[in-house]
Ligand binder design. Structure first.
Ligand code: HEC
Ligand code: HEC
Ligand code: HEC
Length: 125
């Protein structure tokens, strides 16, 4: 009888000790089907604003810059598409990858040249 209890105790301990591995294995299996955002970030330096701000507001910065240039004739470089390119050099590895992930397709690059890593015709700069 004591032997049975001992075996039972060992079994329970075994399950408790192994459970983190089991949970991880299940999680790993589940996350395999889900695509992950896989953007290439510059290896050094800092963005023009902090990352969370940029993630949420980069489109507004760009659009404000456009209005300033096109409507008011005021040109600054901080928020221009050209400036983004100095650090985020390949559009397909950064802008496009995230836009594709979230399902937006900005219609800027038909006019503004922003190189991708792929071969393409050169448009307006
Ligand atoms: C001086 C270099 C530099 C310039 C110029 C720059 N960035 Fe960045 N950007 C970075 C770095 C480095 C990061 C990684 C986060 C960090 O450490 O700030 C980043 C992060 C970001 C992110 C967030 C990515 C994420 O992980 O969610 C967005 C969006 C972004 N940049 C957009 C832009 C846009 C749009 C422009 C042009 C208006 C621009 N950046 C200009 C260097 C730059
Ligand atoms: C981490 C994700 C992410 C990255 C990286 C990113 N964007 Fe975006 N971008 C978004 C999201 C999300 C939206 C849509 C926001 C909305 O619909 O309100 C967006 C929208 C935009 C828009 C507005 C589109 C429209 O028609 O209204 C522009 C312009 C834009 N992004 C430019 C850029 C440029 C240029 C880069 C690269 C330098 C870049 N983005 C990188 C997530 C990203
Ligand atoms: C039909 C063509 C066209 C489209 C589409 C377009 N632009 Fe432009 N954009 C222009 C022209 C032309 C100028 C004026 C360029 C100049 O005189 O330097 C300009 C100027 C700008 C400027 C100010 C100049 C600079 O380089 O800083 C910004 C910023 C800008 N556009 C952002 C955008 C963004 C963001 C989008 C997409 C949401 C976009 N544009 C879509 C044609 C276009």
């Amino acid at each position: 009888m004591n032997k049975l209890i001992a075996i039972f105790v060992v079994l329970i301990f075994g399950v408790v000790l192994l459970s983190p591995f089991v949970v991880n294995a299940i999680r790993g299996g589940m996350s395999k089907g889900v695509s992950k955002l896989d953007i290439v970030l510059p290896s050094s330096g800092k963005c023009i604003k902090d990352k969370e701000y940029m993630r949420a507001n980069h489109m507004d910065l760009l659009k404000k810059e456009r209005v300033k240039a096109v409507r008011d004739g005021v040109r600054t470089n901080d928020y221009s598409l050209k400036n983004c390119q100095t650090c985020h050099q390949k559009r397909d590895e950064f802008c496009d990858r995230c836009h594709h992930f979230v399902g937006v397709k900005p219609e800027c690059f038909e006019c503004h040249y922003y190189p991708t890593g792929k071969k393409e015709c050169k448009g307006r700069e």
